[in-house]
Ligand binder design. Structure first.
Ligand code: EPS
Length: 375
């Protein structure tokens, strides 16, 4: 299986990812990676940190002349902000008395992390728990996207709901191709303007907002995942990967939670045989039945909670003294739903690439493409 691992702190020198198990001869387009990194930084409601950073990937190993070698690929995204933090974050001796965080933020990793890792400074927790890490996950996920594209599998997505403004209309993947031009990745410009006004209002109230993103996968043939081994279910694998993203509190596939409120006849997709092919006229299952892809479009939604750093600070305690206080604030995004959409898309790309490669095997792209075409 293709595996990945990331390292890096929010205000450390850089974020890195190592991807192991990629086949050889996969074409790598660095500009596309940088485009997705820019998308991750975009969106209405972002905070001051994004003005400091212009995320760009540097490929350190595993690629020669724009083609993978089959060896581990190492990616790096630098933190420009490190120059402002070196004094406090340097691995070689740092001032750990300054920038200490003790007024732990409800909803963040601060308190549970301090207790678990026996720390006296929540900075040692939040630096890693910060969603800044997702920058390099997007870089690695975009490589997985290139792998999938070679097989004819395309992944896209949009923002379905933000700050309580929801778009319940149904869109085809083709209708979503320009959605990244929208300031909130919302296809409906009227709802987008309404959501922007809502975010402004939330900002004035020194509060934060979450939302729901929807991801679509087209071109995945049937039979990926398993109905035999529960640990290998495609829905379980995708949901587990997406729940591994900071701030995600829920994942649903197809009708998801709505299916529980409906009757069987309103939920299950009837099967037909037309022109020598099995077909369905509906896709309420979201492309996955019995833990396996069924050849229909995969539809996955993820719910992002509002960012836990509120400029007005929630009630908490100072863990040094046990005294009641307001939670720490530095700077924060009011809403990072566009970043979330890109991170979920990229994570789905990676998790899918893993399942595809697991079933097909193969050491080089030619072998893998041939095997996929034969399915
Ligand atoms: C983020 C960078 C971080 C946060 C945010 C995500 O930068 P800084 O902490 O320097 O402002 O803005 O992380 C969080 C919301 C969080 O709670 O940690 C990024 O690049 O996405």
């Amino acid at each position: 299986m293709i595996r990945w691992m990331t390292s890096g702190e929010s205000h450390g020198q850089a974020l890195t990812a190592i991807i192991e198990g990629l086949p050889s001869n996969l074409k790598i387009d660095t500009e596309e990676i940088n485009r997705y990194l820019a998308y991750r930084q975009s969106g209405y409601g972002r905070g001051a940190r994004q003005k400091i950073e212009t995320d760009m990937v540097k490929i350190l190993s595993g690629v020669r002349n724009c083609l993978t070698l089959g060896s581990p690929v190492c990616l790096m995204v630098e933190n420009k902000d490190y120059k402002n933090w070196e004094e406090y974050m340097s691995p070689y001796g740092a001032d750990v008395t300054a920038r200490r965080l003790t007024r732990v933020r409800p909803g963040h990793a601060d308190l549970s992390g301090v207790l678990k890792y026996d720390q006296t400074d929540a900075r040692n927790i939040l630096e890693r728990a910060s969603a800044r890490e997702t920058a390099v996950r997007v870089a690695a996920g975009t490589i997985a996207r290139m792998f999938l594209r070679e097989l004819g599998i395309e992944v896209c997505g949009y923002v379905r709901s933000v700050a309580g403004i929801s778009d319940d209309k149904e869109y085809t993947a083709a209708q979503l191709c320009d959605v990244k031009n929208s300031e909130l990745f919302m296809p409906d410009p009227v709802l987008c303007e309404e959501a922007k006004r809502r975010i402004e209002q939330i900002k004035e109230e020194k509060d934060t907002a979450g939302g729901i993103v929807e991801i679509r996968v087209n071109g995945l043939k049937s039979g990926f995942g398993s109905c035999m081994s529960y640990g290998e279910k495609l829905d379980g694998h995708l949901a587990g990967a997406v729940m591994g993203i900071q701030a995600i509190k829920g994942v649903e596939i197809g009708l998801g939670f709505e299916a529980a409120r409906k009757r069987g006849s309103e939920v299950h997709d009837e099967i037909f045989f037309e022109n020598g092919k099995f077909t369905r006229k509906t896709n309420r299952a979201g492309g996955i039945e019995g833990g396996m892809s069924n050849g229909e479009e995969i539809i996955l939604r993820a719910a992002m909670k509002p960012i836990p750093t509120l400029m007005r600070g929630l009630n908490t305690v100072n863990f040094d003294t046990g005294e009641a206080c307001r939670a720490a604030t530095e700077r924060s995004d009011v809403c990072a739903i566009c970043a979330c959409e890109i991170v979920v898309e990229s994570t789905v790309c990676f998790a899918l690439a893993q399942k595809v490669q697991e079933r097909l095997g193969g050491d080089n792209m030619r072998e893998i493409i041939e095997r996929y075409q034969k399915l």
